[in-house]
Structure formats: structure tokens, C-alpha cells
Design a binder for this molecule. Structure first.
Ligand code: GDP
Length: 297
């Protein structure tokens, strides 16, 4: 399918002089291959451009020791820079759920895997942390989505807020908060409505819900296969609602995960978890090393 970056660079450097230090011309040639690799991995163009510029500054003049080829040297610099961006300050991956009941607001576009991820996270907190979790769907436009969350909740043994027809998202959020407090729950998940595209109505509703729910975490769920578009979605949601992290779904697919780099670079917000399938256990904490390897191919 894809040629790995090491293979690409190996080819490039075979044609270059093997000098003792990387020359600017060597680096420029190599970085053309890196740029292609990043774009193939669905990293957005402006992010790829910035990234290349930083690597270029670091790589030019870097000493090439006997034990590595110039190609390996560039791959290492690219890899280290990828890790630096993806891992950020090494924020803790555990969700902030102190001071119960802690509310976690789930946001994202329809079809991103938001409802599935909500249930997966609930199961994780219940199984690993022994937490009492309450689920509530705010997707008033899609009764099927509300039922879907309740069905998943029943499957994993987690309570969901009874559905009352005719309520607005804000009314449901208020009722859920009250229920979470009275019921002695540790964590409340609010699964907000998704839309096919970002629109004003959706953002206004999410903002209104956020204002009354005062979430400890606001997680944006993004389909890892969406590639270039992910960066706009992340920037928009972060700007309007303020996210605390991202969950990248469908990383079990063919996607190369470039969206992770783009979203991280543009919003500065950490990728917290990755979805690796439809099953309720198919969720892992984000590991920069793994995703970096995937982006490089
Ligand atoms: P929502 O509209 O954002 O709430 O999306 P759903 O949670 O209903 O998910 C849409 C579809 O994607 C469902 O068929 C899920 O099973 C599937 N899905 C969710 N997360 C993943 C994932 O990490 N990997 C795979 N392969 N499928 C997923």
C-alpha cells in the first residue's frame, strides 16, 4: 500500500553524497519525501508545512555518525518531532472525575462514533475505576440515537437517564445533573446531538448545555478516517465550546492517523483515547509512539 518513510528516504539518500553532516540540499530533498508521507497520512497541508519547516531547521547541519545513514538520521529527527507534537506536555490520560458527580460532555459530528465512545468510556470507568456512571443522551432530533445509548448502557450494565419525550437538550441536561447528584453517581456522561456538518444551531445548543452542565471534561470525538477535515472540526469545536481532549475513532481501519497530528498542532489539546473497533472494550489510551509510527508508515 504505502511505501514507508524509511524506504523512501533510503532511495533518496542513495543518490546523494554520504557526507559527514546533513547539508541543506540533502535535507530539502529528503523533506520532500517526508511531506508526501505526511500528506498521504492525511495530515492537513498547513500543519505538514509547519512541521517540515521545524524539521528542516533541526536537521540542517545535524551530524551523521557512522552508525546511521543520512536517511535514518532524517527519519529519527522527523520521528522525534512527531512525538514531541503528539505527546505535548505528557498530560495525564486519566479523565478528571474527582468531586463527584463529575460531568463529561461528549461532542462531535454525527457518525463520528460519539455514542459508542460514550458507552466505551462509561464501561472503562465502571470496570477499571469501580465508578457509578449515569448516561444521558441529548440528541432530541434523533430518538433512535437516544435509544441507542440506553441499549448500550444496558449491555454494559450502566444506568441511563429515562427518556422523556418533548424535552430540550438543556432540560435533559438539567434533569441528568439532578439525577446524578440525588442518585449518588460518580460520573455523568452527556452525549450531545451530532450534526452532519458544523452549524450555528448545533454550536448554540452545545454552548447552552455546557453552560448549565459545567463539565469537568469536554471530549471531542472525531473519526480518524476523516483526515483533512478533522482539523476544521477540532478548531471549530474548541473555539466555540472549549474542548479538554480528543478521542480518535476508527483507528482499527486503514487510516494513517494524520488527523491526530493536525488536531494536536492546531488546538494544542491532547488526544486522550483511540477507538479500535465497534466492541465495548475496543478503546485504548492514546500512545504518541504508536501513532507516530503509523503516520510514518
Ligand atoms: P455517533 O453518530 O457519533 O453517535 O456514532 P455511533 O457511535 O453511532 O457510531 C457510528 C458507527 O461507527 C457505529 O456502527 C459504531 O459501531 C461505529 N464505530 C464507533 N467507533 C468505532 C471504532 O473505533 N472503530 C470502528 N470500526 N467502528 C466504530
Amino acid at each position: 500500500m504505502f511505501e514507508s518513510l524509511s524506504e523512501r528516504l533510503g532511495g533518496v539518500f542513495d543518490r546523494l553524497t554520504k557526507a559527514g553532516a546533513l547539508t541543506e540540499a540533502d535535507v530539502v530533498t529528503a523533506l520532500r519525501e517526508v511531506r508526501t508521507a505526511l500528506l498521504e497520512a492525511d495530515v492537513s497541508l498547513p500543519v505538514a508545512r509547519d512541521f517540515i519547516k521545524r524539521v528542516q531547521d533541526k536537521a540542517t547541519g545535524a551530524a551523521v555518525t557512522k552508525s546511521v545513514t543520512p536517511g535514518q538520521m532524517v527519519v529519527k529527527i522527523v520521528h522525534d518531532e512527531l512525538i514531541r507534537v503528539l505527546a505535548g506536555d505528557g498530560e495525564p490520560d486519566a479523565l478528571k472525575i474527582d468531586n463527584p458527580p463529575a460531568t463529561i460532555l461528549m461532542v462531535g459530528l454525527q457518525g463520528s462514533g460519539k455514542t459508542t465512545t460514550t458507552a466505551k468510556l462509561a464501561k472503562r470507568l465502571k470496570d477499571r475505576g469501580g465508578k457509578r456512571v449515569l448516561l444521558a443522551s441529548l440528541d432530541t432530533n434523533r430518538p433512535a440515537a437516544m435509544e441507542q445509548l440506553a441499549i448500550l448502557g444496558a449491555q454494559i450494565g450502566v444506568d441511563s437517564l429515562p427518556i422523556v419525550k418533548g424535552e430540550t437538550a438543556v432540560q435533559i441536561a438539567k434533569r441528568a445533573k439532578t439525577q446524578a447528584s440525588l442518585g449518588g453517581y460518580d460520573v455523568l456522561f452527556l452525549d450531545t446531538a451530532g450534526r452532519l456538518h458544523i452549524d450555528e444551531v448545533l454550536m448554540d445548543e452545545v454552548q447552552a448545555v455546557r453552560d448549565i452542565a459545567a463539565p469537568r471534561e469536554t471530549l471531542l470525538v472525531v473519526d480518524g478516517l476523516t483526515g483533512q477535515d478533522a482539523v476544521n472540526v477540532a478548531a471549530e469545536f474548541d473555539g466555540k465550546v472549549g474542548i479538554t481532549g480528543v478521542v480518535l475513532t476508527r483507528m482499527d481501519g486503514d487510516g494513517r492517523g494524520g488527523a491526530a497530528l493536525s488536531m494536536r498542532a492546531v488546538t494544542g489539546k491532547p488526544i486522550r483515547f483511540v477507538g479500535l473497533g465497534e466492541k465495548m472494550d475496543a478503546l485504548e489510551t492514546f500512545e504518541a509512539e504508536r501513532v507516530a509510527g503509523r503516520i510514518l508508515g
